[in-house]
Design a protein around this ligand. Structure first.
Ligand code: AP5
Length: 214
């Protein structure tokens, strides 16, 4: 977890390779459904594009369905869920049912000025989901995805007004989630500043020993 633009998706994509478990990003799932113009996509578009949270009941159904798929049986990295105290309770029910409690909650932090800089320079691939930054992670050819050759775009929720709204909602609804996990003794706060490798090293150290996968 961590505020918008702190680097959750970028680092989760690396951890996924290290741990050999799927990266489950609720933001990516919602954006894919919007792109397919599925019923879910049409229902959530207004929330996502204005920076508001999608209702908890809908998110609960979505995460319950995703985590019971076979590829998540050895474990999973959650990115962007839970974001409210109600989602914490939902996740507890789902992981209880699956018999897979959370090992650790990693919270990346960075100053707001850095977050705004990262989000305003972010470019994403609408086709394969790869994430770039105009300064810190530029594609080899300007505007073109290195991985699949599609034209890169700026997310509609990466405008300054929507970024401010996302940060406000994070403070109001998601900071209490961090406090709940801190009380349970499974929260590690990790400095998200510095280059990608430095952050990855700190995150891996924060992860500590994880339960052996069967
Ligand atoms: P979501 O996609 O989860 O957005 P977010 O939490 O706002 O996070 P971001 O994806 O914007 O940022 P990130 O932390 O992953 O940063 P990134 O790695 O890309 O959710 C979007 C929306 O979906 C929500 O607003 C909501 O509407 C809805 N939603 C999702 N989950 C929900 C839920 N559970 N309940 C209700 N609604 C939900 O990095 C950012 C940029 O910085 C990139 O350009 C990257 O290259 C660059 N960068 C990363 N690390 C570094 C570094 N160390 N140095 C320099 N640049 C860096």
């Amino acid at each position: 977890m961590g505020p918008p633009g702190v680097g959750k998706g970028t680092q989760a994509a690396r951890l996924k390779t290290l741990l050999g478990v799927p990266h489950v990003s609720t933001g990516d799932i919602l954006r894919a459904s919007m792109q397919e113009r599925s019923a879910l996509g049409n229902e959530v578009r207004g929330f996502v594009e204005s920076g508001r949270l999608v209702p908890d009941a809908l998110m609960g159904e979505l995460i319950g369905e995703r985590l019971q798929r076979e590829d998540a049986a050895p474990g999973f990295i959650l990115d962007g869920f839970p974001r409210t105290l109600e989602q914490v309770a939902t996740l507890e029910r789902v992981t209880g049912r699956l018999g897979r409690p959370l090992d650790k909650v990693l919270m990346l932090v960075a100053p707001e000025s850095e977050i705004v800089r990262r989000l305003s320079g972010r470019r994403t691939c609408p086709s394969c989901g790869s994430v770039y930054h105009l300064d810190s992670k530029p594609p080899k050819a300007a505007g073109i995805c290195d991985a699949c050759g599609a034209t890169l775009v700026q997310r509609p929720d990466d405008t300054e007004a929507v970024i401010r709204e996302r940060l406000r909602i994070y403070e109001e609804q998601t900071v209490p989630v961090a406090n709940a996990y801190r009380e349970r003794g499974i929260l590690a706060v990790v400095d998200g500043t510095g280059d990608l490798d430095a952050v990855a090293e700190r995150l891996t150290a924060g992860l500590g020993p994880v339960r052996e996968r069967s």
